[in-house]
Design a protein around this ligand. Structure first.
Ligand SMILES: NC(=O)c1ccc[n+]([C@@H]2O[C@H](COP(=O)([O-])OP(=O)(O)OC[C@H]3O[C@@H](n4cnc5c(N)ncnc54)[C@H](O)[C@@H]3O)[C@@H](O)[C@H]2O)c1
Length: 258
């Protein structure tokens, strides 16, 4: 069966964790191409601020305060999006417990049970819950593009933050299983794994120094910035990748090669 061509300008894309950091860069780029974007974040004010800015620039954008691990929040977001834009064709599972992880990078035996559980609840369970909430709308449309955000650390390891890295490794397997389960519905599920990215809005000296330490291991030796990841996510959302599913694309300047 030949499907109708879908363009980014036709897309309605939900981006979780989009009020700040790399998620905000996806939102800005997609709106600039004509997509309708739904900014979902725990930080409701931040989400509203970005969506307002996107609308002022002439774009289509909505904001929802939602915890991706809360079913009721997700349902309200999906219902509100479908009421406003009629459908959902894209989902970027970008929200994660990340910047709140101390830059001190806790060793495995200093992580508390609560920290471990929070990481799994948001980064793994929340990704699954967001998919469960959005996929019925994609099934109804007979088409959908899901992009899960993992991390290069899941492929090459790191010497700390084992809970974070484990959660991001789970996303690799999750992507493959979901891709097989929903391929028959016309839904593609892929993964993008960014390298260490200077996503902080006001980085302190320690953060800058940490980001700089990642440069030497790269084929392209510079600090990675949010716009560096945008093209890969745009590709996975657009029609150019309609025959690509279950894949992980590493975007890290050639740090991990596979
Ligand atoms: N920055 C990096 O070095 C890097 C590297 C590899 C992968 N990543 C991944 O990229 C994504 C974005 O990273 P970032 O650096 O922009 O992070 P960030 O911490 O700046 O942004 C994450 C956003 O998610 C939101 N969020 C957190 N918990 C949430 C929840 N329960 N429900 C809804 N929203 C929630 C936060 O409010 C925040 O706006 C994350 O998945 C991260 O793991 C980041």
């Amino acid at each position: 069966m030949t499907e109708p061509a879908r363009t980014i300008a036709d897309a309605v894309v939900v981006i979780t964790g989009a009020a700040h950091g790399i998620g905000a860069a996806y939102a800005r780029a997609l709106v600039a191409e004509g997509a309708a974007v739904v900014v979902v974040d725990l930080d409701g004010d931040g989400a509203e601020k970005l969506a307002g800015e996107l609308r002022e620039s002439g774009g289509r954008a909505l904001a929802f305060r939602a915890d991706i691990s809360d079913e009721a929040d997700l349902k309200a977001m999906v219902d509100g999006t479908v009421a406003e834009f009629g459908t959902i064709t894209g989902l970027v599972n970008n929200a994660a417990v990340f910047s709140v992880v101390p830059m001190s990078r806790s060793p495995f035996d200093e992580i508390t049970l609560d920290e471990w559980d929070l990481m799994m609840r948001v980064n793994v369970r929340g990704t699954w819950q967001a998919c469960k909430a959005v996929i019925p709308a994609m099934r109804a449309a007979g088409y959908g593009k899901i992009v899960n955000i993992s991390s290069g650390t899941a492929l090459k390891g790191s010497a700390s933050r084992i809970h974070y890295v484990t959660s991001k490794a789970a996303i690799l397997g999750f992507t493959k299983v979901l891709a097989r389960e929903v391929g028959g519905d016309g839904i593609r599920v892929n993964c993008v794994a960014p390298g260490s990215t200077l996503s902080e809005e006001a980085p302190d000296e320690g953060t800058m120094a940490y980001r700089q330490t990642q440069v030497g291991g790269r084929a392209i030796q510079r600090v990675m910035l949010p716009p560096d990841v945008v093209g890969a996510v745009r590709f996975m959302l657009g029609p150019e990748s309609d025959f690509v599913t279950g894949q992980t694309l590493v975007v890290d300047g050639g740090s991990h090669m596979h």
